[in-house]
Design a binder for this molecule. Sequence first.
Ligand SMILES: *Cc1c(COP(=O)(O)O)cnc(C)c1O
Length: 398
Amino acid sequence: MKRGLQDLCPKNEEISLFGSRASRNAIHTSAAYICSSPDEANLKLGRQLQGYVYQRDGHPNADSLATKCRQLHEADHAVVTSSGMSATALAIVSQLAAGDHVLLSHRLYGRTSTLLQTELVRFGVTSSLVDMSDYESVEKLAPANVRMLIVETISNPDLRVVDLRELARIAQRLEALLLVDNTFASPIVCRPLALGADLVVESLTKVMNGHGDVTMGLLCARGGIWERVPAALASWGMTAGPFDCWLAERGLATLFLRMSTASENAKKIAIQLSQLAAIDSVSYPGLESHADHPTAIAQFGKHQDQPLFGNMVTISLGGGWEAASRFIGAASKIPFCPSLGELSTTLSHPVSTSHRSYPAEVLRSMGISGGTIRLSIGLESPEFILAAIQEAADALDS
Ligand SMILES: *Cc1c(COP(=O)(O)O)cnc(C)c1O
């Protein structure tokens, strides 16, 4: 009986490019690479010889993307991972052990707190929440076994900015590592390693890829603390796939253009919204009224001599959950899409999404209410975005 093709091993040399050189990266989907000898396999897997053997241990598309991210952060080392959360998990499992303690900013992305407080605690890594902008307390509250501090460059969703240089000094005195989640800033707005952070994570899912079609993360660091990272990445199976890496690398090519345009838009929008009677308060680090405006100016980058403050603007409606529902229902041109950093403007409602697990009193202490709406400003014209917000705000008066 005929069984069709007998030789199922692909012959790459049969796909001729006629001597042409492709101008774009290929996508290397191979789960495994052909080894010419046991010695070669052994040396490559032992990292004594460059090259690839098995996709989970490393592949060309991941390396190509990681190299670009490393350059953007001026880091000594970088790896990309299957999500922003796996990048944070990788930082912890590669650097800490049972008995170690982590100080968490009380303004963290909900899942990061959950990772520490319900998952890693079962492995003996304990953690506690602190107000990272209360620098004296951070040092006083730190137990003797503290080994890591975790904070966000621009916090979600209240957009507070902490002094990273000060926290780096405190971490050093405590002999702990400072891990900064730089997702809301991206390296275009802030490079925490240059301010003294030891490790930086980003969710590439957000503005780094910027097209809303990939879930990925980045971990990068200065020298000296990297030794355990590659083996931890492969052993915990946190590697990102080739196609996602390829997409994210394509997105990254326009990061500077996207982030500078979206940040400039966000500043204009924040100024305009501050004057809208229907909106009770506007939080944006680029506004002089923002409590952390001087800190933001001191540590954020510039474009055409103008400081950049990111693309996120958070507004608060006095009418609470009910007002937020009306606003969201009337915002026909701004999708309620609980992510951020996409090409177009989107909005999210933290109390029903990213922060739904927080108790009411914690939300109050973070200044979050049912009326809090987080806008991720995109690349449309500022006039279009303002009109789209005005349309939603008009529904509040009626
Ligand atoms: C989305 C996000 C994460 C998690 O990233 P994923 O790619 O969704 O796993 C972590 N921190 C912040 C600030 C985020 O916005």
